[in-house]
Design a protein around this ligand. Structure first.
Ligand SMILES: [Zn+2]
Length: 156
């Protein structure tokens, strides 16, 4: 018997969300994710880990562009909604569109928080906090791990 070669002919993440009838990132197994992501990315995206503050790639980035899910490429946040919350993580006051993210009640660490996940692939992004008094249109702070996203700079 010849050795079976594992062949993944799924399309690469595209700009548009994939139709529901085609296998996409949501169908990947945890084993698939381990082979796609670095250990740090896997820990944060798939195990809801948190990167240390002030260590991520984007916590103080002001470059214009779109922040995409590092796991599946879905467009999640725009630089226009990013603000400086001095918290050590990239902070946004709104997602690119409400249907790009999903919210899950998180009661770990003895706190009641709202986890934010990518709606397309269910990967962990961070948490959203409200009522902190930031002078933004929503008074919400989407506190997102740098390692969960990838900035695609706006083309000039
Ligand atoms: Zn995703």
């Amino acid at each position: 018997m010849s050795e079976t070669t594992r062949h993944d002919d799924r399309p690469e993440p595209a700009d548009r969300p994939e139709p529901a009838d085609r296998p996409g990132p949501a169908d990947r197994t945890e084993q698939d994710w381990r082979s796609i992501l670095s250990p740090e990315e896997y820990h944060v995206l798939r195990e809801a880990g948190t990167e240390r503050p002030f260590t991520g790639e984007y916590w103080n980035t002001e470059t214009e562009g779109v922040y995409t899910c590092r796991a599946c490429g879905a467009e999640l946040f725009r630089s226009e909604t990013k603000f400086d919350a001095h918290c050590g993580w990239p902070s946004f006051y709104a997602p690119l569109a409400e249907d790009r993210v999903r919210y899950i009640k998180d009661t770990t660490l003895g706190m009641e928080r709202v986890e934010v996940r990518c709606a397309a692939c269910d990967s962990h992004m961070g948490h959203v906090f409200g009522g902190e008094g930031f002078p933004t249109p929503t008074d919400l702070r989407y506190c997102i791990n740098s390692v969960s996203v990838r900035l695609v700079p706006a083309s000039s």
